[in-house]
Design a protein around this ligand. Structure first.
Ligand code: EPU
Length: 374
């Protein structure tokens, strides 16, 4: 933890920059708890039914209030961030949806050019990355333009272009729904793994992330090794890329390769890249010599789910009813309708069954399911 190493990264209560909340709900403080609110507009897939109760939380006290309400009414709760990684069933959610909009970004200078950035869970992720890059702080630039909020970043350990957010996270503050108190988790306590953390596992379900602190650097080095990034700079003959160049590169690569969530219903990668054994990889390579794979951890292999979906099933760019895969990326779903969560789910199941049938590999959804899909 930077807090321990430098005695810095203290608990910051005054925020110097407030991210603007987004959404289409009533902002009247007296109307914090609303009923039967359609959730589709709060998700980037733009599908799914209503929330029985919908509560906008801008402070830790709001979170406590929403949890108290759920408990008093004996209904479940669900915390929604940017809605970019969730598929909500058409019947909606029978409990309290807590829209986490705890805002603010604060910076604290430590020693040796290190800076601790603390952001509220409801801050739009890319607002934080943009702000950090503009301040000349290294660490988050490869994660530019990832959709969603700061609070979701540690939960699923977001990653892109050779960087995982776990390498920048110093600590995570969370509300403990059992005790009603704040808990602070060090990086190690977060139990990060590929697209996974303690917060996604049963032990972590009782915590709601309220703030995340990142350890950033004024004098950093850029990670340009990822294939798309290296090609981008080589093509433009940029030998000494700056921090701003790096962000521009990622924004450009993502914009060209992924659909624009402002105009198209999508949730980015729908499945995780499967992790298999070396034996399994060798078996697949015998049948599919072009297979794209990467070493993973001590003895694992990460297989490109996009490659499997694209080349084994030839699903890339295929449309089935109101759902399809994006023409430029097979792992990315596109939704052409609304209130058709079932259709999206069934489409995913067809792809999953096809990949399983041909390769024996089970694809896990990266997108979280909420509600009833039986
Ligand atoms: N590929 C295909 N067909 C395609 C797309 C890709 O065969 O339609 C192959 C290519 O060989 C390519 C390889 O798959 O080189 C990897 O593709 P890409 O670089 O796009 O990475 P990815 O593994 O598919 C992951 C993340 C993305 C992140 C990119 C870039 C997961 C599940 N997804 O995708 O994250 O942007 O790396 O680092 O790990 C997201 O989480 O929503 C997301 C978009």
């Amino acid at each position: 933890m930077c807090a321990v190493m430098a005695g810095g990264c203290t608990h910051i209560k005054t925020f110097v920059f407030g991210a603007r909340p987004t959404g289409h709900y009533c902002t009247d403080r007296m109307m914090k708890m609303q009923e039967n609110i359609p959730l589709a507009p709060f998700t980037t897939l733009r599908a799914g039914g209503p929330a029985r109760y919908f509560f906008v939380a801008r402070t830790d006290a709001d979170i406590a209030e929403a949890i108290g309400f759920a408990r008093a009414h004996s209904v479940p709760f669900f915390v929604l961030g940017g809605g970019s990684n969730v598929l909500i069933s058409d019947s909606g959610f029978p409990g309290v949806v807590i829209k986490n909009e705890i805002g603010g970004i604060a910076y604290e200078e430590l020693d040796d050019g290190r800076v601790c950035a603390t952001a509220g869970a409801g801050v739009v992720w890319d607002d934080l990355v943009k702000d950090a890059v503009e301040r000349g702080l290294y660490g988050l630039e490869n994660l530019s333009l990832i959709p969603g909020t700061v609070g979701a970043a540690p939960v699923q350990n977001i990653g892109a272009y050779g960087t995982e957010v776990e390498h920048s996270i110093d600590r995570v503050e969370a509300f403990d729904i059992e005790t009603g108190e704040e808990r602070v988790f060090s990086n190690a306590e977060c139990g990060f793994a590929y697209r996974d953390s303690m917060f996604k596992r049963p032990d972590g379900e009782k915590y709601i992330v309220t703030r995340v602190s990142f350890l950033l650097h004024s004098f950093g080095t850029l990670n340009t090794v990822y294939k798309d990034v290296a090609e981008y700079f080589a093509q433009r003959k940029i030998n000494a890329a700056t921090l701003a160049d790096m962000r521009n590169a990622i924004v450009d690569i993502r914009t060209r390769k992924l659909p624009d969530m402002r105009h198209i219903g999508t949730a980015g990668s729908f499945f995780e890249n499967p992790i298999v054994s070396i034996v399994k990889k060798d078996d697949l390579l015998d049948r599919y010599p072009e297979l794209v794979w990467y070493p993973f951890g001590e003895s694992g292999i990460k297989i490109s789910a996009a490659w499997l979906i694209d080349h084994i099933g030839e699903w890339k760019g295929k449309r089935d009813g109101n759902v399809g895969t994006y023409e430029r990326h097979a792992l990315v779903f596109v939704n052409y309708a609304s209130e058709n969560a079932r259709e999206i789910y069934d489409f995913a199941e067809r792809i999953r069954a096809d990949v399983k049938n041909k390769t024996g590999i089970d694809l896990n959804m990266e997108v979280s399911l909420l509600g009833d899909f039986r």
